[in-house]
Design a protein. Sequence first.
Lengths: 568, 179
Amino acid sequence: MIAPTKPDLVTVNIDGKEIAVPKGTNVIEAARLVGVDVPHYCYHPKLTVVGNCRMCLVEMGMPAVDPATKAPVMDPATGKQKINWIPRPQIGCGTTASPGLHIRTQTPQIKDCREGVMEFLLINHPLDCPICDQAGECKLQEQATGYGRGYSRFIEQKNVKPKRTQLGPRVTLDDERCILCSRCIRFSKEVAKDDVLGFIDRGSHSTLTCYPGKQLANNYSLNTVDICPVGALTSTDFRFKMRVWFLKQTNSIDTESSVGANTVVWSREGQIYRITPRQNDEVNDTWMADSGRELYKQVRAADRLTVIKVGNLDSTLDMAVKAAGEIFKASAGAIAVVGSGRNSVEEQFLTKKLAEALKASTQLVSRAGTGDKILVSADRNPNTRGALVTGLISALPTQQLTGLAAAIDAGQIKTVVSIGEDLTAAGLTAAQLAKISIVYLGTHVNATSTAAKVVLPTYTVFEKSGTFVNQQFRIQKFAKAVPAPAGATDDLVILAKLATATGATVPTADLAAVWKTIAAEIPALGTISFNNLPDTGLLLDQTPWATLPFVEGETLHFKPAASAETRS
Amino acid sequence: MAVIPVSRQPLTLLERTYLPQIAGGLKTTLKHFFSPKDTMEYPEERPAIPAGYRGVPTLVFDPHGREKCVSCQLCEFVCPPKAIRITPGAITPDDPAAHVEKRPQEFEIDMLRCIYCGLCQEVCPEEAIFLQTQYSTTGHTRADFVNNKQKLYELGGTLPDAHFKWDKKKAAEEGGNAH
């Protein structure tokens, strides 16, 4: 039974299955919707169609109509309308679904076509899968298994091309493996807007290269490695480090800016090897910035804090919390809490609870940079909006804590709890730091942790689970990828213990319990729990903060509210 | 239960001398004394190892002295008791084997874990790992039983090669279908 077609939908028939797809959908995407795999190399859903790999050949036909009367021609054998099949195969990627279009992908002709295309692609492709980093996630490997003929008839010598060209600081090219799909060229031109790649020479000697005097050095160059269907473009950082089948994938969020690009963290036995983008069509499509891929190096950095310290002496968590409690008691009423826009929503919520228990003022430090209009925004804190939503702050943070500095100078503030923020970077002088007692929660050594009375090492984003609210007010979750080093403690545990030490009642420091309290106390997050949050995030109502002058400019899938108003 | 008394025969004179029994015992002893030995003077003497024996897994060089292993880590993946641990490494462009691009930086087989199943040899696409004739693994500590890359190549030595895949690759690179 064919459902009546809605105006913006067209019904097509793929391998005998009818499906209504939105207008403009191509055959590969339509086939994907009915669960039919149309193999392809050059086609990428987020790039323009070029149709040069010829792997997605399908048989195509239209219902027959009488040219004169326009009446449907019926097939007496089946009693249905006759299908006029085009005798030669057509490419699926370049064919847009039209009403009544019939597609066959499993005929002997198509099988022959795929075997033929595979054979041509493999003629000059080196058989060095044992050393190729793409092995295990290689389209050529998968489709040679699925659609190839299984043996080689090629006895001549393969072509020789450059094996290790440095296209840029982060990308190494093995030209022999290249199948000339041109995805990387289109990506550089269309998404990164840095048109540096191109093919030179002709025929089987075609070679991918940069334009003379140019380099593939933009901050999105590693996306070309992700979309390369073979092992031609490799990440210089990840090259020959680990085979991909050993790596565990954990969903995470890029913390370098408020864009909140969705990522996958690839780790093995507690060590992270690489970070790649995860598709989220509302946030980052299938891309992410190179700068965000290097963030995993902070996990095993030499300056990582791993020892709990009280007054420069090694200590334990309970003793440190006790020492902090005594500091709080001694300076009651003169305490300030510096929260962090890098903390998760849950941690910011507990920070607020701690500040309420201490009757302390709260502030955040902003990190402004320049947005690149693609996937790095001007606000380099991933979770400024989380602090607004949880009520940790009510106005936008500033880059310099001038108010806090003045209060310290005036003697109104005697103790500062800093959650991962370097107070000297935020404008406080060493003399001001010396005047106060600092309780520091953080991951890495800085001037504030050195000056702190109590140092409590915490987890990086890769070692804990939680949520961030990005620039679209989309709440997105990230999961723990690797275990934290010995000596570090979960931020939630420390914040809960500190709050308990001051006599406040806070939820137990696990995500489920914290989320119960968050849902009960914050109406905007009332229906959410960590477990029911979808992987692509959830948009929150941003009207309460619509008037705030956020610093972000336009990026992919995001238009700042102010400029949208001027446009409309 | 009924008790049946059994009358014991008195020993004859010959039996009382014990001489036939001693002679019989000496005969058996002397027979084994002069027959071929079933044991050997281990460790000075070593048994002949039959073909197809699955001894300690080893890494081998090809006849041109090149490391055959390219650290593809398939053996590490297939190893049922997870005895193999490889740290892959790149070969620098100035190395004579630069055209191979990759070799193990470290290769460890924990012989306390190894079950001598031979799957590593079976899976190896480069014919670089072989269970050869080495059968004796000894040591004083647990660390002594972890064979590192150097030890594995010492045990493995050089085996004949039928393909010289990488030499052909190098020859093609130098004089092949270059453009």
